[in-house]
Design a protein around this ligand. Sequence first.
Ligand SMILES: Cc1cc2nc3c(=O)[nH]c(=O)nc-3n(C[C@H](O)[C@H](O)[C@H](O)COP(=O)(O)O)c2cc1C
Length: 191
Amino acid sequence: MKVIAFNGSARKDGNTAILLNTVLEEIKKEGIETELYQLAGKKIQGCIACYKCMKNKDKRCAVTKDIVNECIEKMIEADGILLGSPTYFADVSAGTRALIERTGYVARANDYLFKRKVGAGVIAVRRGGAIHAFNSLNLFFFYQQIINPGSSYWAFAIGRDPGEVLNDAEGIQTMKTLGENLAWLLKKVRR
Ligand SMILES: Cc1cc2nc3c(=O)[nH]c(=O)nc-3n(C[C@H](O)[C@H](O)[C@H](O)COP(=O)(O)O)c2cc1C
């Protein structure tokens, strides 16, 4: 079994990466393979509404000059999908949005490619907008029929500079509980 985590931050190895790794650590403890894939520095653009995925139905995006098809392959291969984003203007980052638009439409065009996988979202935030950003991630999971386990609180943690989220004890605990719940659920539904 495998869980793939996407870090949609424009900043590599920042707070979102720390939160995702905190979730992944718990999943690893349960003997499940994990991978962190960071979008920072990589090329990704939003959906161009060509609708070719609806016609081709080949599990690929027709826009081939960026990382999206690689991401789709990683999602298909995985049993669990984590999406992590910093809060940018009270929503997810542009990179995360692009990942949602492109993978989401290809998945839908191919009879819901990620149906009944397990997934969850995590958010890094300095001060405001985390719940809105968190909801944006969850709308993806619900649309895609991805099963979300929840945690002891909504999965966000507070920090601005890289590493500051580690000072948010409740936020970090929420990530650990999310990891435990994700591993538990994976073992129930993806045997
Ligand atoms: C373009 C931009 C917009 C931001 N907008 C918000 C915001 O709306 N609310 C907030 O609390 N923090 C905002 N922040 C701060 C980041 O969410 C915060 O620093 C977060 O920890 C960054 O995560 P990272 O280290 O993974 O990049 C913004 C940062 C940037 C670069």
